[in-house]
Design a protein around this ligand. Structure first.
Ligand SMILES: C[S@@+](CC[C@H](N)C(=O)[O-])C[C@H]1O[C@@H](n2cnc3c(N)ncnc32)[C@H](O)[C@@H]1O
Length: 457
């Protein structure tokens, strides 16, 4: 017999099972009541959050309280599944998890979800025979069946009858959705370039006095990720990256941002400066709710050009009205004096950098005496065992699955040498940069993001 370092006693297992069942029952009943109310109300979405949740097919996210219970339910179900799974199986399944990535990569590239949708609409059937999918996508039918079946086990697609597949709610997010597919492609394509070098990075970080900054730098002969991405040879990848940033906004619950953080309290005479703002995802989402605010979106030259050239008609109108301005600004250089006292936003920026580089950015901003600094980034919450720890309490109040937050932490390590940070990391980093962390506003329907509000020390 194998021996175990710390076997769970039957009494402990029983107590955990009871605690989880209680939590699942409580959250499920909140969700059920919310759905009953929605069904009774019919199709009328009267608030902005309601129509946003409907548009994104989020049944439980119009109301933040219900959204919190949806997240709590997932957390409790994950823990319950861990408890019920033979321990070796959890480890074994983790070993094979990259086959899921591979299967997803293939079906995303061939846009199988859209093929299923088009065929089902035409034929009026729930499922599509795999032979048809194979013909349309020019992929081997036998291997495609097996890839689809593996995805179906994960809830992406459904095998309705033998070798016949239908979309599910998750796979439907891929239908005619180039922005979401670009985001997935970014994670899988650039990720796959860097991942083979990850073991070397981990080892060299231990053994070498000046280790490589990231796994990606080992792939790119030392070029930092953004230098590589902005080089003329990678024009297609830059274009995919910028589209991916729009797709990312939907995965991160950005649509609810104006409800989850009180932007309306920010004075309208202060500019909102979005540092490393890409092609303007933030004002696109915020301006409809904040028509009297003005945004400056800063980024590096190739991105600013793409933002101006590819601006939508709405964006062009905002630019003409002076509500949005795209400007070239390297975040490692001092901000121009006109931005003194502005509201600065760093959305998905700081996670790209290790602490010394992140501090350079923060100190530059501190010198402009900002009205507020809003860091929109992921909050990693370690799932500590100690039940009364602060982290446990935080996890319960934010109630966000950590699957994306911790995997993205590794994406940051691998591509940029950056990291996703815990609450203590944020508090310390902000203090060293001259800021005081005022409050955390978790974003519902996000993958662990929160607005971290800071003021000058
Ligand atoms: C992860 S993306 C985030 C984009 C946007 N904030 C969002 O959340 O959609 C990081 C952005 O930082 C920009 N960036 C990289 N290095 C920069 C620098 N030194 N100064 C300003 N922006 C930079 C990139 O071009 C990219 O648009």
């Amino acid at each position: 017999m194998e021996t175990y370092a710390e076997p769970l006693s039957k009494a402990t297992t029983l107590a955990t099972l009871s605690e989880l069942l209680h939590s699942i029952e409580k959250s499920s009943s909140v969700l059920r009541e919310s759905l009953q109310n929605q069904v009774a109300a019919g199709t009328n979405d009267s608030t902005y959050s309601e129509s946003t949740a409907t548009a994104l097919n989020l049944r439980f996210h119009a109301d933040p309280h219900v959204a919190l219970h949806a997240s709590k339910l997932r957390l409790a179900c994950d823990r319950l599944a861990h408890l019920a799974t033979p321990p070796r199986h959890l480890v074994f399944e983790a070993a094979g998890s990259f086959y899921l990535t591979t299967a997803l990569d293939i079906i995303v590239k061939s846009d199988i979800a859209t093929i299923i949708e088009n065929f089902s609409n035409k034929a009026g059937s729930a499922g599509v025979p795999v032979d048809f999918l194979a013909q349309e996508s020019k992929l081997d039918a036998d291997l495609l069946t097996r890839l689809m079946r593996h995805l179906a086990v994960a809830g992406i697609f459904e095998e309705v009858t033998l070798n016949t597949f239908a979309n599910t709610t998750p796979s439907s997010t891929l239908i005619n959705n180039p922005e979401f597919r670009a985001h997935l492609d970014l994670v899988m394509h650039e990720g796959r370039a860097a991942i083979p070098f990850f073991p070397e990075l981990v080892s060299k970080r231990f053994s070498e006095p000046v280790p490589p900054p990231s796994a990606f730098s080992l792939y790119s002969d030392g070029q930092p990720f953004y230098d590589w991405l902005h080089s003329p040879a990678q024009a297609d990848r830059l274009s995919n990256f910028n589209i991916a940033m729009r797709g990312m906004a939907h995965t991160e619950g950005l649509a609810f941002l104006s409800d989850d953080y009180p932007f309306h309290r920010l004075p309208t005479d202060r500019l909102i400066v979005d540092i490393g703002g890409g092609i303007g995802t933030l004002p696109t989402n915020l301006l409809p709710a904040l028509p009297n605010h003005r945004f400056v979106v800063q980024d590096l030259a190739p991105v600013v050009s793409q933002a101006r050239e590819g601006a939508s008609s709405v964006m062009k109108r905002w630019m003409d009205q002076g509500k949005v301005r795209f400007s070239f600004q390297d975040c490692f250089t001092p901000q121009p004096p006109e931005f003194r006292g502005a509201v600065f936003i760093l959305k998905n920026m700081i996670h790209n950098y290790p602490d010394p580089k992140a501090l350079e950015i923060l100190r530059n901003l501190r010198n402009t005496n900002p009205h507020r600094l809003l860091v929109i980034d992921r909050l990693v919450i370690p799932q500590l065992k100690v039940t009364d720890s602060k982290a446990r309490v935080l996890l319960a109040s934010v109630a966000c699955s950590q699957r994306a937050a911790t995997f993205y932490d590794l994406v940051m390590a691998s591509l940029h040498g950056g990291k996703n940070r815990t609450l203590e990391d944020w508090r310390k980093l902000l203090a060293q940069g001259g800021f005081h962390l005022e409050k955390i506003y978790p974003l519902r329907a996000s993958t662990g993001q929160a607005v971290i509000e800071a003021t000058c020390n």
